[in-house]
Design a protein. Structure first.
Lengths: 657, 352
């Protein structure tokens, strides 16, 4: 075993392999930077190049890319509040908060170093887990997998900032939205209103970028100048490394959770990053800073989302069961080279297995190192006024969301969800549980249904694994509840402080519109949605209506509780803010986004950008004509060249064909 | 969605009728997402085929995923250029909805021209611990066997028709994510009976048979040129469904159940993956593609390189392919009716 590992390492001395690995790493980093492309995009662009290569070179290329995608996808989540994947939304909680405090460089350094360590530990875990993988995978039956999805959503609801009722409501809403499309159990269409486009369900990238990214643009576009304290604080690379080293135990714990979760096909990767965050919160003595820029909230999840990729390779290689799209593509590659995945791969292709492990480890180091070096320049992005940044961001995010299905409809959904996300942000409703609910809705339904059909009665609730998950599920909820009741008095005082600080324009904290007509309206609207969904779901078959009904009833109850709380707050505090300046700006921004989409539908993407971006820069961002011209020209040039170098398609308009 | 550049839109019509594709680009419409089995297959075959076609045209795979493959295929029949430069990739995912005449389907395989086909096969197996040692344990059981499926209106349909033909005692549970998770569920003892296609046989079933925790029961078989079910060349030692019937019931199967099984087996396995061009494509253009594919399929270097991609079944592009495919894809209305009723009565699924 040891000899094989060394001989695989020596084969990496071959310069052609190293070059392939470096190309893979570079492609993976670039793909990760653009929200929406990620691992799927990286493997899609690289796969055609690999036909005709030796298997070793092909794997060096692909593993190089896969290992680093989750290193660089942190950048947009931390700097811009726009996570391109469900797992990056976890890092965003504390990473973005830290960046907004002017410590972007610190946040990124911590994230990159943790990614590197996560990748390394993941590679090691990949080696060690091979003999353990089979019993581990086989011990997780449908009931355990179901519990894992429940745990993922509820952890997100309990641990995100904002109160639990709002968190749960957001989680239920995400679960409901995730059920739009074809039911996993009976293949009938739900909530699609006869549309083939909705039949596939909503695109994850469009939902993630809408609910976070576009909402962020709308709420910050009012800033034409940069907050003084947003400029990156000093501190050399060494101080970054030093701080990171103090969190070593979080790094290791995060990585181990990542490997474990990655091994479970399907549900692991998303729930795993949340579990890493959850354990960081649960084991911390002082929990006050979580969600406000606590380094421990960055280190654990970042370490885990890289080791998840390594863990994911275990079922792919040993069972031929990929956990995500990127590993599915890798599996396709294996088959074209005549390498049969399965337990025998360890004996028949041991050298290749170790080559994969080494490539993963080297790529993790290389990728994190490159990102780490680039941190100071990346952090400068926060110095650009958001209004100026907003135009380009909008163009890139919409383009990213278009790539998944090539549907303009996805972009409309993205803008609608952007408005919902903005309202949630403004009313202090956590959005992470919404996204996690959306991602885990189908697996949750699938494994609930399978559990229900394959086991008699409720006997499955007493399986040891299920009991452990139940304990993990209930313990933090109880703790949080105890803490809330204890802390409720100082909490009120804290809110008073928040209100005071709103006088300063640049301190645009979340939740300006809470306890107002807006939050009341949101609670009412969401409650009505659940009521309607409950009514609509009556027309589905008995099996297909099971989950929508449970979710709608849960959502309805939570919504009514929230409504009651809102009404009570109105009585005690008063009407709260009404139609504020920020609301006007956000409304205008969403109208502008809709106008942009109309332009796209008429004249195609390039033309729409050439018209919209200069107008936006001149009239909204009040940029100088010179900046406007250069900005627009560069953006158009990028859009013109992009399709020939990356697997990117531009939306075409009616007038073009 | 293909990018449509001003220059690209005004290209003059392709000159593909002279037996030379020089300067052209052949576009493959893959109606499914990147990375799946069909995508890998199409990209590999496309790369090799365009190298063999005279004039060595360029190759452009285009994935248009959505609506379980229906969206992309619908788009193809409406707007594909009929000059041999746009080729449709089909697989069981798009064939079964067409077979069942789902309302969203606007394409008709009997109106398209096939270029080549590549089949696959499957083996049905059961968990030994569920009390299955051989075929006899499939009928007259005290507790029915639990079958794990993805959806009854997908590739599982063929296996369900086999169970129906054999009159087996099976309870089906659908909703699994893929065949891999079903295989794991069988190893955990959650389900009892499953099938595996030829390409995953070595990873999914062989280790289980070797350690005697599962038993391979029968193969789904292949449809030959006469439309009869014969043994699968990759599973020569296993009986086909027809042979299994004879062993269990002592007579040859016949009637609507057999007819339905034969038809569905042909379109979902023997001719599972295929390439098609629009009906108005000039015969010269489509024949250039087909003869190139035929030449490719006979090339020994290709056969070695493509062994795994083709899954042990030939690249079928001989001169009589059009005739055989036309026959296989002719679905009798009584066959369709039988399937629709089976789905409705046994699995509570309304297709119409």
């Amino acid at each position: 075993m040891f000899d094989a590992a060394l001989s695989a390492l020596s084969s990496l001395a071959d310069p052609s392999l190293l070059i392939m690995l470096a190309i893979g790493v570079f492609a993976g980093l670039v793909m990760g930077l653009i929200p929406g492309l990620g691992g799927t995009g990286a493997v899609a662009i690289l796969m055609p190049i690999t036909f005709g290569m030796q298997p070793e070179q092909a794997f060096a290329l692909l593993i190089g890319a896969l290992a680093v995608v989750h290193t660089s996808d942190t950048v947009s989540a931390v700097l811009l509040g726009a996570p391109g994947s469900a797992s990056a939304s976890v890092t965003m909680l504390d990473g973005y908060a830290m960046a907004r405090k002017g410590q972007a460089k610190r946040a990124l350094s911590l994230a990159f170093l943790s990614s590197m360590a996560g990748g390394l530990i993941g590679a090691l875990g990949l080696t060690l887990a091979i003999p353990l993988a089979r019993p581990l995978v086989l011990s997780f039956a449908s009931p355990e997998l179901f519990m894992l999805t429940v745990l993922g959503v509820s952890l997100a609801a309990v641990l995100s900032r904002g109160n639990i009722v709002k968190g749960l409501l957001a989680g239920f809403l995400g679960l409901l939205l995730g059920q739009v499309g074809t039911s996993p159990t009976t293949a009938e269409e739900r909530f699609t209103f006869g549309s083939l486009f909705l039949g596939d369900g909503l695109s994850l990238v469009a939902v993630a970028l809408g609910i976070f990214g576009l909402a962020e643009i709308a709420s910050r576009v009012g800033q034409r100048t940069v907050d003084k304290d947003m400029v990156g604080l000093g501190g050399g690379w060494m101080s970054g490394i030093k701080e990171w080293l103090t969190h070593w135990s979080q790094v290791i714990r995060g990585a181990l959770i990542g490997i474990w979760a990655g091994v479970l096909p399907g549900v692991g990767a998303t729930a795993g990053t949340w579990l890493a965050y959850g354990q960081a919160v649960a084991t911390a003595k002082d929990k006050r800073n979580f969600g406000k820029g606590d380094p421990r909230g960055i280190v654990g999840p970042e370490s885990s989302n890289n080791s998840v990729e390594a863990g994911d390779l275990i079922p792919t290689l040993l069972f031929g069961i990929p956990g995500g799209v990127p590993s599915a593509m890798l599996l396709g590659m294996l088959l074209t080279y005549g390498i049969q995945p399965g337990p025998a791969i360890v004996t028949e292709h041991l050298n290749l297995m170790y080559l994969i492990v080494w490539c993963f480890a080297i790529a993790s180091i290389l990728g994190a190192f490159l990102c780490f070096l680039a941190t100071p320049s990346l952090a400068k992005l926060t110095k650009v006024p958001f209004a100026v940044l907003g135009a380009g961001l909008l163009v890139i995010m919409l383009l990213g969301a278009f790539q998944e299905g090539g549907q303009i409809g996805d972009l409309w959904i993205m803008i609608i969800l952007g408005a919902v996300g903005w309202l949630m942000k403004a009313t202090d409703t956590p959005r992470a549980p919404f996204l996690i609910g959306f991602v885990l809705a189908i697996p949750m339904e699938r494994y609930y249904y399978l559990t229900d059909s394959l086991y008699d009665g409720l006997g499955w609730l007493t399986r040891p694994g299920v009991l452990v998950f139940l304990a993990v599920l209930i313990a933090p909820a109880l703790l949080a509840l105890v803490k809330r009741t204890r802390k409720s008095a100082p909490d009120l005082g804290h809110r008073g402080e928040d209100d005071l600080s709103h006088g300063e324009e640049d301190e645009a904290e979340d939740g300006q519109l809470k306890d107002s007509i807006w939050s009341l309206g949101l609670a009412l609207g969401v409650t009505l949605i659940f009521g309607t969904a409950l009514a609509v779901s009556q027309s589905f078959s008995a099996e297909a209506q099971l989950m929508p009904r449970l979710v709608s009833i849960g959502g309805l109850i939570t919504g009514l509780i929230l409504l009651w709380k809102e009404l009570r707050a109105r009585r005690s505090i008063g009407d709260g803010p009404g139609w504020t300046h920020d609301v006007t700006i956000a409304m205008r921004m969403f109208a502008a986004m809709a106008l942009f989409l109309v332009l796209v539908m008429l004249g195609g993407y390039l033309l729409a950008v050439a018209l919209f971006v200069p107008a936006f820069l001149l009239f909204v961002a009040r940029a100088t004509p010179r900046t406007t011209i250069i900005y627009t020209l560069v953006l158009c040039a990028v859009l013109l060249t992009l399709p020939s170098i990356l697997p990117v398609d531009l939306p075409t308009g009616l007038l073009q064909s | 969605m293909p990018p449509c550049w001003p220059a690209g839109c005004s290209t003059p019509p392709a000159s593909t009728t002279d037996g030379d594709y020089a300067g052209e680009t052949v576009e493959f419409l893959i109606p499914l997402a990147e990375g799946g089995g069909t995508d890998t297959w199409a990209r590999f075959i496309g790369t090799e085929l365009t190298r063999t076609v005279p004039g060595q045209p360029g190759f452009a795979p285009v994935n248009e995923a959505g609506g379980e493959g229906i969206t992309g295929t619908n788009r193809f029949v409406v707007s594909a250029r009929a000059d041999g430069t746009e080729v449709l990739v089909s697989t069981a995912t798009t064939v079964v909805p067409w077979l069942l005449k789902k309302p969203a389907v606007r394409y008709d395989f009997t109106k398209l021209t096939p270029i080549l086909a590549n089949g696959t096969g499957a083996v049905v197996y059961a968990r030994s611990a569920a009390g299955v040692a051989g075929l006899k344990d499939l009928v007259d059981r005290q507790t029915p066997l639990k079958f794990g499926g993805i959806t009854a209106t997908g590739l599982d349909l063929t296996t369900l028709l086999a169970f129906d033909l054999l009159e087996m005692d099976v309870d089906a549970v659908f909703g699994f994510e893929g065949r891999g998770p079903v295989n794991l569920a069988l190893q955990r003892g959650e389900i009892d009976i499953d099938y595996t296609t030829t390409s995953t046989y070595a990873s999914a079933l062989k280790p289980l048979v070797d350690e005697k925790s599962a038993v391979a029961l029968f193969s789904l078989g292949q449809v030959d040129a006469q439309g009869e079910i014969v043994r699968d060349p990759n599973f020569k030692d296993l009986p086909t469904v027809v042979e299994a019937y004879e062993e269990l019931h002592g007579s040859k199967p016949s009637g609507p159940k057999l007819e339905a099984y034969k038809t569905v087996l042909g379109v979902t396995y023997t001719y599972q993956k295929a390439l098609w061009v629009p009906p108005d494509t000039p015969k010269e253009a489509s024949e250039t593609l087909r003869t190139s594919a035929e030449k490719l399929g006979k090339d020994e270097a290709f056969q070695t390189a493509a062994k795994k991609v083709l899954g042990g079944y030939p690249l079928d592009a001989s001169a009589d392919l059009v005739g055989r495919i036309t026959k296989a894809y002719e679905v009798d209305s009584t066959v369709r009716q039988h399937i629709v009723e089976l789905l409705k009565n046994s699995y509570n699924i309304n297709v119409e």
